[in-house]
Structures are given as structure tokens and as C-alpha cells.
Design a binder for this molecule. Structure first.
Ligand code: G3P
Length: 217
């Protein structure tokens, strides 16, 4: 399973990248706004900076919701860097645009996916990635990980090539459960990635080893 970081914060991207396990970055308009990035030029420059920092797929989201607008914006985003993945919402014109991008060699990430039916449409349109938002599904009383498992089973039966990118991750446990359920990628906040490191027995064991090591010098 690939690891992406889900942020537009450059310090966090740097920290995750330095761990040596980062395969890419996802962003969205909310994450860009959180970093105070304002104006089209600043947004484009921010994507460029991220592409220069991380050698992997970098998702950049379109704002337009009509077919022509999504195409125009997606082409501009794709021109920033060869690693840009154009992020398109799961709406009718979005599906049409996904197919156009697929036919024209532009890689895509279909975002705001909350059902298996939507994931089938994204795959049919040839999306490179499909992003089910598992944390938001859990928030509304459904089971996000179960959706990952269902999509994984459907894609395997049908031979769809679209990669399942589990998004809206809230914890280290989500990452483990998504790996188990067949996600190809998990895009996570830095805290959830670092959460994977933690186990009290590791801390206790290390303290004991260091204490005993003093007896050997
Ligand atoms: O990038 C999309 C997704 O990961 C958003 O997560 O935490 O806003 O539900 P969240």
C-alpha cells in the first residue's frame, strides 16, 4: 500500500518525506485555505513547490463544476508538473471530464466518493485513483472501511485498474484497517502516520535495553 500525506502544509510534507516512506501528496481547497494560500497564481505555485519537494503523485483539485471549466482548469494543473494528478469531484460533469482526461493521457483522482456505485462510475471513466472518504462515512454512522473492502472486491472481480485511495483518514487504526481491506493507497494526516510508530512495549523495551547497555560498556 502506498502512503500519501493529506495536507498542503509544507513543514508536515517535509517531515513525512524525510521518513522515507512517502509516495505522494493529496490536497483539497479546504487544506489550501487552511495554509492561507490565496489566488490562482499562489495556488499553482504551491502545487509546484510540493512537486519539487516530493517525488510522487501530487493531487491538485479543480474548482470548476462544469465540463468545460473542469477541462480548462485540469489542463492548466496538469501542465504544472508531470507528477500532477487532476482531482475531479464525483458529479455528472466530473465523470465526463474524467473520461476526457483518461482519453488524453492526463491522470486523475476522483474525489468525494461515498458509495460503491460512485466507485464503479469512476473506474468506468478510467480514473487513475478513486477517493472514498472513510472518516466522513464513519462520522455519519456508516462504516468507511467496509466501503473500501466492498470497492476492492468489485474492482478485483471486474478487473478495474483504478487504484483505491482511502481518504479522510482519522487514525493509525484507519490506516491498518484500510491496508487489510485492500486499499492501494492511504492518504493520511501526519499524526496518523506517526501514530503507526507508537507502542508502549517498544518504549518499555527500549528503555530496558538502554539501561542494560550501560552494563556492557
Ligand atoms: O483530501 C480529502 C480528504 O482526505 C478530506 O479529509 O478529514 O476533511 O474528511 P477530511
Amino acid at each position: 500500500m502506498k502512503f500519501f500525506i493529506d495536507t498542503a502544509n509544507l513543514a508536515q510534507i517535509k517531515e513525512a518525506n524525510e521518513l522515507g516512506i512517502l509516495d505522494g501528496v493529496t490536497t483539497n481547497p479546504s487544506l489550501m485555505a487552511k495554509e492561507g494560500i490565496k489566488g490562482t497564481e499562489a495556488v499553482m505555485n504551491h502545487y509546484k513547490t510540493i512537486c519539487e519537494m516530493v517525488d510522487g503523485d501530487i493531487s491538485a483539485e479543480v474548482i470548476a463544476t462544469d465540463f468545460d471549466g473542469i477541462l480548462e482548469e485540469g489542463k492548466k494543473l496538469a501542465a504544472i508538473h508531470p507528477n500532477i494528478i487532476v482531482k475531479v469531484p464525483m458529479i455528472k460533469d466530473g465523470v465526463k471530464a474524467l473520461k476526457w482526461f483518461t482519453d488524453n493521457g492526463i491522470k486523475t483522482n476522483c474525489t468525494l466518493v461515498f458509495s460503491a456505485g460512485q466507485a464503479i462510475l469512476a473506474a468506468k471513466a478510467g480514473a487513475t485513483y478513486v477517493s472514498p472518504f472513510i472518516g466522513r462515512i464513519d462520522d455519519s454512522g456508516w462504516d468507511g472501511v467496509e466501503l473500501i473492502a466492498q470497492i476492492s472486491q468489485i474492482y478485483s472481480i471486474q478487473g478495474y485498474k483504478t487504484q483505491i485511495l482511502a481518504a479522510s483518514i482519522r487514525s493509525a487504526l484507519h490506516i491498518v484497517k484500510c491496508a487489510e481491506a485492500g486499499a492501494d493507497v492511504c492518504t493520511c494526516p501526519l499524526d496518523s502516520i506517526l501514530g503507526l510508530l507508537k507502542h508502549p512495549l517498544t518504549d518499555i523495551g527500549l528503555a530496558k535495553f538502554l539501561e542494560d547497555a550501560k552494563k556492557t560498556v
